[in-house]
Design a protein around this ligand. Structure first.
Ligand code: NAD
Length: 554
């Protein structure tokens, strides 16, 4: 741990409170967890994941947040503006303890240039999705979503399994690092390229990636051997995707599936231009940011052109939510959107049922608490074979990072039901301490992002961002413990608005009522958003579950 994080980021565990109640304690522990060196990508810079997604604006603001949470009463609410605590208001017990707004810019000005200007003046930070809203749980938080995406791809294109196929991707960062494991969990072979060797090492340490190489020839040889033997294998290849993909084409190597999760949403701090070492990149980023961004965008265009060529030569190709197609298009690659985004291609039907990356964290810090919740899922949702398989596989293959946590995609009805089960387990003493429940902002009813979650909506409402705003408001009214409203997550400034929600199950009756409300309205917004857009599955779900939509035809 660096000296900056050493004294400040504290791993609070156990049942002793450092605050005036479990709701506040949950805020404190989750903020610390976001910056735990086992969880965050660059904790010394307050960067959690996703380019420069931060947990607090600066260390001074971080200290002020911690101090404020420690003194926060159970009928007070702290407001956080782009990573800085700005006020504590007296509210009431059922109100959120924290309200967060991150990186929001008036639409006509909402671009990276304005953001960087504000950032440099110390007026703003980039909150990404779960970085600034304190519910990031490391790569484990995305791994089921990535697994589900590859499973659906396998179903649609490869008879239900990735066995005997090779997937090529790039980016082994906080989120992208889940890709190799998700591919091998589906039985396939993965070559995952990253320009930063330390990222590959980290994925190997945590068993998300199997082997590492600097040689493209070796990567291809290993991949083809494993493919022919029908073995699952993931290979981390040190290199720049904008160099490696054209090189693969030159060697006539075309993978079966192809995607990318470099931090292309952020051309300055996320993507590394081709033919540039990491050291050079760091220097030019500082000395000539304008030139860096230019080179970065040109490389993304080359990268996307290579993806298009591989697609035309047979690779099943999709965009994995980093906005790389948009940058390429702006750089003159007219056909950049010829390959689809992962949401319309593989995920949307799940959103229609209010399903999305639901997660929970054991505040005790004891892995046994999570194993007990796993048992509860296997017992209470025994008829859901897909879900139970996931839980068994997660237990076996996924290492905890920071506070023990679990993720699974639950939908409308299931979330409220499981929330009550968790609260009961806390109340009965079966679990050592309360559980915190949250989700990614990448969820069914919480995000407007026309190149990602709301790409190609049936009614053309891709850019309508009333939905995440309504989502945040209704979750706050329902009594979530903290609610956040962000801009620019996933795909960068100007391209998304989204909201987050976290709620504590502390075993009390009051928490039970809050959980029932929030875990109904939150996935409910997903069903409603998609039913309103005309999706039959969502309309059917709304009718069957008795969701009162005044203008839904009966
Ligand atoms: P990160 O910043 O932690 O990691 C990005 C990685 O890309 C780094 O390891 C970096 O070294 C590597 N990289 C950058 N340029 C490269 C290049 N030219 N060639 C090879 N490697 C390069 O980001 P993350 O949290 O892993 O997120 C990655 C992207 O995926 C972001 O744009 C993010 O918004 C998006 N995302 C997608 C989903 C999803 O479910 N699809 C979810 C969250 C985030």
């Amino acid at each position: 741990m660096s000296s900056m994080t050493q004294n400040r980021v504290i791993r609070y565990r156990g049942t002793e409170l450092n605050t005036k109640g479990w709701q506040q304690e949950a805020v404190l522990r989750m903020l610390m967890n976001n910056l735990d060196p086992d969880v965050a990508e660059h904790p010394e810079k307050l960067v959690v994941y996703g380019g420069i997604g931060k947990a607090a604006r600066n260390w001074e603001a971080f200290d002020a947040i911690v101090e404020t949470i420690k003194g926060l009463e159970e009928d007070e609410t702290m407001l956080v503006q782009s990573g800085k605590p700005v006020v504590v208001f007296k509210t009431h017990k059922d109100a959120p303890r924290v309200l967060i707004a991150n990186s929001n810019i008036v639409p006509a000005y909402a671009n990276w240039d304005t953001f960087h200007e504000l950032d440099q003046k110390g007026l703003m930070m980039y909150g990404q999705m779960t970085a600034g809203s304190w519910i990031y749980i490391g790569s484990q938080g995305i791994v089921q979503g990535t697994y589900e995406t590859f499973a659906e791809l396998a179903k649609q294109h490869f008879r239900g399994t990735l066995k005997g196929t090779i997937t090529v991707t790039a980016g082994l960062g906080g989120m992208g690092g889940a890709q190799p494991l998700a591919v091998t969990m589906n039985g396939g072979v993965c070559i995952a390229i990253d320009v930063d060797e330390t990222r590959i090492d980290r994925r190997i340490e945590t068993r998300y990636t199997d082997v590492k190489t600097h040689s493209l020839d070796e990567a291809i040889r290993l991949a083809e051997e494993a493919k022919n033997e029908g073995k699952a294998l993931s290979i981390g290849l040190v290199g720049n995707a904008a160099n490696v993909l054209p090189e693969m084409i030159r060697r006539n190597f075309i993978p079966d599936a192809l995607t990318d999760q470099t931090s292309a949403h952020d051309p300055l701090n996320g993507y590394v231009p081709s033919n540039m070492s990491l050291e050079e990149a760091a220097i030019i980023r500082e000395s000539n940011p304008g030139q860096y961004v230019k080179l970065s965008k040109v490389s993304m265009a080359t990268h996307v052109k290579a993806m298009l060529e591989m697609m035309r030569k047979g690779a099943v190709t999709f965009d994995y939510g980093n906005n790389i197609r948009q940058v390429a298009k702006d750089e003159g690659v007219e056909d950049a959107f010829d390959f689809p985004g992962f949401v319309p291609a593989y995920i949307r039907p799940q959103f229609c049922e209010g399903k999305g990356p639901f997660r929970w964290v054991a505040l005790s810090g004891d892995p046994e608490d999570i194993y007990k919740t796993d048992e509860a899922i296997l017992r209470e949702f025994a008829d859901n074979e897909h879900l139970c398989n996931w839980i068994r596989m997660a237990q076996e293959k996924i290492e905890f990072q920071g506070l023990p946590a679990r993720i699974c995609w639950l939908g409308y009805g299931e979330r409220a039901r499981f929330g009550k089960i968790l609260n009961d387990m806390v109340a009965s003493g079966e679990l050592k301490a309360p559980i915190v429940i949250g989700r990614d902002h990448l969820d069914s009813g919480s995000v407007a992002s026309p190149n990602r979650e709301t790409e190609a909506m049936k009614d053309g409402s891709d850019v309508v961002s009333d939905w995440p705003l309504l989502n945040a408001m209704v979750n706050a009214v329902g009594g979530a413990t903290w609610v956040s409203l962000h801009h620019g997550g996933g795909v960068g400034m100007g391209y998304s608005q989204h909201s987050g929600v976290v709620i504590v199950a502390d075993g009390t009756k009051e928490a039970e009522a809050r959980l029932q409300r929030v875990l109904t309205t939150d996935p409910g917004m997903g069903v409603v958003r998609h039913a309103d857009a005309g999706y039959e599955l969502a309309k059917k779900t709304a009718r069957e579950k008795g969701i009162h939509m005044p203008m839904l035809e009966r």
